[in-house]
Design a protein around this ligand. Structure first.
Ligand SMILES: [Zn+2]
Length: 156
């Protein structure tokens, strides 16, 4: 067997081992996420039907029927009694984050606070501020122009 071929085999074995380690690490983290979550927890929920944000004691649910176990908290809407779910695993994919009115309002408020002059959306949110900035820029330009003229005069 050539050295090159041997090297390739060793390399591919190493890659496979790393992939296995990554997978078991992810599995362990997932299991920890599930076992760390208490059976009952006070949690924010959103009912899309009632357009209602509310907090309630959620009951943990776990399903191991899939290749990766999933866990969630569930509670019932106080108005329509619909069963609502918040994800414990895959939290970033929880639809709550884009459905909740409260989250969206917070996000909009934060975006407004983070807006910088020149950002898209800034002019609409702060027309007065925008006018002040423009006036300031104009004044700077005028000063610069005056200075340059004064310097030219001085050189002559
Ligand atoms: Zn409801």
């Amino acid at each position: 067997m050539s050295v090159e071929r041997l090297k390739r085999i060793v390399e591919s074995n190493r890659e496979q081992r790393e992939r296995d380690e990554d997978r078991t690490r992810a599995e362990r983290e997932r299991e920890r996420e599930i076992s760390d979550a208490p059976e009952f927890a006070f949690w924010p929920f959103f009912c899309g039907k009632c357009r209602l944000d509310f907090e309630a004691v959620g009951h943990k649910g776990v399903n191991r029927a899939y290749s990766e176990p999933i866990a969630w908290y569930e509670a019932k809407c106080p108005k329509c009694r619909k069963r609502l779910v918040r994800r414990i695993t895959d939290r970033s994919f929880d639809p709550y984050w884009h459905e909740s009115r409260k989250v969206n309002e917070d996000r909009m408020r934060m975006a407004k606070d983070l807006l910088q002059p020149g950002d898209r959306g800034f002019d609409m949110a702060y027309p007065e501020h925008r006018r002040r900035i423009e006036a300031e820029l104009e004044r700077n330009e005028r000063d610069q122009y005056d200075r340059e003229r004064a310097e030219r005069k001085f050189i002559r």
